[in-house]
Design a protein around this ligand. Structure first.
Ligand SMILES: [Zn+2]
Length: 452
């Protein structure tokens, strides 16, 4: 029995997304309450009771649920309401007009991730309208602040109202986009994400006159060594299970990449050589894979000096370090300090800005199996692979609480895969109406089957 597309919701889900885009929730400042109120209003039309919770005025999240009989585990449909800024001058359309044009809904959040919010709301409405009695409780939460780290949204909810959002399983963003290879689709499910270690390094020196460099101790030169060392550092390769499954899944389908990927899987220590070669063909994918294989460190901010003719006594830089599942921020910091041991440690200070542990959910769960089943029923030739996200999502808060979280926003690459990825936080973000129907249909079937 193939999973059918639910075409009759096309207009409704399109309007939901278009309305959400028109409510500007650029973070900062966020102002998500307006979007949360809009969702509460539309959900109440279908008989849902909604709760609007604000971490601070204006920073609202909305929660509603369909109560289950308790015979099955609970499920949370999660999304975030805020978006990153969009510069109208760079766009070909107004990013906050919610324009529907040429079969697409255009605007900031069309992919990341108001489309998923619209799909999840549509799924809840359909469950209600079809009088589905779930065996486990299904909660919907559309939250504030993901784009700035989630502390005023999902993080706050988990801390302050854990009973309202706790669930055995969570479906969120971070995966679901199909990679088309040789006419077949490989669907991704985000099962892991890297941890974050943001830190600041302060290099100290002795000031002096710019005309006599030798008499001073220039903090910029010291920082130069730090940036050089950390920015070019290639940490040890480590093949975590999600990445291993991902790469073997791709290798199975993609004959061109098969040889290189199989070699890499057998000899992870040769990964850099293999990927250097691979990068000559497809740099974006090669670098994405490289970042999945190790801890990375990137200098992102540097500041030093106050005047043309003063040799500065201070220079500071900020680094964005991402660690793999299985690694922890403390060990990462030790490795980093070790790298700098020859650069006059007394004149270098470290300060941690933010540290989040990596998070991971196993693929051997009933929900993962059901994702595979539903996708295969819809498209028998497709395959499903887990992915490790090099960035972060709100899933980490829920994994910490013990939930099994999957990033699964089902979408077809009806514009080239790479183009879709570029639109996220980029320009002319848009999603096809067909994809809205596709995503809603897959999610509805998944939830209905899993929860009854
Ligand atoms: Zn997002």
């Amino acid at each position: 029995m193939p999973v059918e597309l639910i075409k009759e919701i096309q207009e409704e889900v399109t309007n939901l997304l278009s309305d959400l885009i028109r409510i500007d929730t650029t973070n900062p400042p966020g102002n998500e309450t307006k979007a949360a109120e809009y969702l509460a209003e539309t959900l109440e039309k279908d008989g849902f009771k909604c709760e609007l919770l604000e971490s601070t005025p204006g920073r609202g999240s909305v929660i509603t649920r369909l109560k289950g009989t308790g015979e099955k585990p609970s499920l949370l449909l999660l999304s975030h309401l805020d978006v990153v800024a969009a510069n109208p001058k760079e766009w070909t359309v107004d990013p906050f007009a919610g324009l529907v044009k040429d079969g697409f809904v255009w605007g900031r959040g069309a992919i990341d991730m108001k489309s998923m919010t619209a799909m999840e709301v549509m799924v809840m409405k359909l469950l209600k309208r079809n009088k589905i009695q779930p065996k486990g409780t299904i909660t919907l939460a559309a939250t504030a602040d993901e784009e700035k780290g989630g502390e005023a949204g999902a993080g706050w909810l988990v801390r302050s109202h854990p009973d309202k959002v706790q669930a055995d399983y969570v479906i969120n963003e971070g995966g679901g986009l199909a990679i088309p290879i040789n006419g077949k689709n490989i669907f991704t499910v985000q099962t892991a994400e890297k941890g974050i270690l943001w830190f600041r390094v302060k290099a100290k020196g002795t000031p002096g006159h710019g005309s006599v460099p030798g008499a001073a101790d220039n903090a910029i030169l010291r920082m130069n060594k730090v940036v050089e060392k950390l920015g070019n550092h290639r940490s040890k390769i480590s093949l975590v299970s999600t990445v291993e499954e991902f790469l073997s899944g791709i290798a199975k389908e993609n004959k061109t990449a098969q040889q290189a990927l199989s070699l890499l899987l057998q000899n992870p220590e040769l990964a850099d050589q293999i990927l250097d070669e691979f990068a000559k063909g497809d740099k974006a994918i090669a670098e994405e894979i490289r970042a999945m294989l190790r801890m990375t460190i990137a200098p992102t901010i540097i500041r030093g000096g106050i005047k043309e003719n003063i040799i500065p006594s201070e220079c500071e830089a900020v680094f964005d370090c991402r660690i793999l599942p299985g690694q922890n921020p403390t060990d990462a910091l030790k490795e980093i300090e070790g790298l700098l041991k020859d650069i006059d440690p007394e004149r270098i200070d470290f300060e941690i800005i933010q540290a989040n542990k990596p998070s991971e959910s196993a693929t051997n769960s009933p929900l993962y199996k059901q994702i595979v089943n539903v996708l295969r029923e819809h498209e028998p030739q497709c395959s499903v692979v887990p992915i490790l996200l090099t960035g972060g999502t709100d899933s980490r808060f829920f994994r910490k609480m013990g939930s099994i979280c999957y990033g699964f926003q089902p979408m077809l690459s009806d514009i080239p895969y790479g183009e879709i990825l570029k639109m996220v936080h980029g320009i002319d973000e848009r999603i096809s109406i067909e994809n809205l129907v596709f995503g809603t249909s897959i999610l509805y079937n998944l939830v209905e089957r899993f929860m009854t």
